[in-house]
Design a protein around this ligand. Structure first.
Ligand SMILES: [Zn+2]
Length: 200
């Protein structure tokens, strides 16, 4: 129990980290973090100690009493988002291109878009940020196995690696707590959309 996962939020309620129960209690006790309940209410160590324990709650025994295990804590003074490497994934390519076909410039739903190798793989094109873009089915058929030049098509923007920092990426295995759900809604279909694509 002491080594099970606790989600750590920054003071803007953005998930930044995962820690364990033991460390979470240290942070609470030191006054640098607060516990967060399912109503988004925050509690310092003293007030968390007073929280009533219900039948199905997880608890740990401290020196003088039993205390409820916090599953989400918030760092009082920390407002940044740590820099993380951005995954080369479908999700992030669609986000970079804003669900817009990079040839015709129209916006589509995700299911109407696919990923296109600008220089086709058959001509030595790589699976990299600079060579993969969103394209609609129609443009994709038109382009076929050609380069934009060969197909007489033009990209609306030069593809680049995005500069933003991705949100905390939590694998489904790490999620042990329903209390995390409100803070992790971006990752519903994470397994398909955010699997690292192979860079070849
Ligand atoms: Zn298109």
């Amino acid at each position: 129990m002491l080594y099970s996962n606790v989600l750590v939020l920054n003071k803007s309620f953005l998930p930044v980290h995962i820690t364990n129960v033991r460390r979470a209690f240290c942070l609470l006790y030191a006054g640098v973090a607060k516990a967060v309940d399912s109503q988004y209410k925050t509690f310092d160590y003293e007030s968390w100690r007073q929280v009533g324990i219900e039948r199905n709650d997880e608890t740990v025994g401290l020196v003088d009493r039993v205390i409820k295990v916090p599953r989400v804590i918030l760092l009082i003074a920390y407002d940044r988002v740590p820099k993380r490497r951005i995954r080369f994934s479908r999700y992030n390519i669609f986000a970079r291109d804003k669900n817009t076909c990079q040839y015709c410039g129209y916006k589509f739903s995700r299911s109407e878009l696919n990923l296109d190798h600008v220089i086709p793989r058959s001509q030595g094109g790589t699976s990299t940020w600079e060579n993969v873009v969103c394209s609609c089915h129609r443009c994709n058929r038109k382009k076929g196995g050609k380069t934009p030049d060969q197909a007489r098509m033009k990209l609306i923007a030069h593809p680049r690696k995005p500069a933003w920092t991705p949100p905390l990426n939590v694998s489904l295995r790490e999620i042990i707590s329903k209390e995390w759900a409100p803070f992790l809604d971006f990752m519903v279909d994470v397994s398909y959309w955010n699997t690292e694509l192979l860079e070849e």
